[in-house]
Design a protein around this ligand. Sequence first.
Ligand SMILES: [Zn+2]
Length: 88
Amino acid sequence: MQIFTCPFCGPRDEREFHFAAEAGKTRPDTTQQIDAETWATYLHAQRNDKGRTSEVWMHLPCSELFLMERDSTTMEVFSSQPLRKEPQ
Ligand SMILES: [Zn+2]
């Protein structure tokens, strides 16, 4: 079992988390006509980088999305940061 840290709830069992996406993907401009292959690639294709990577994860109990930096080969977690910005 691995412990991941939700930026809102603290350290929790990895089974409470769900991978959402690789960070840094650019959503196609949906105000323009796009083909199905482009949309499918955006939704389903992953780079699957080896080593240090940034990913979007969801903590299921609080439903918050956050950015986690981890090593995809050693599973070491470097940081967890909220995606949303608090109002100023
Ligand atoms: Zn949480």
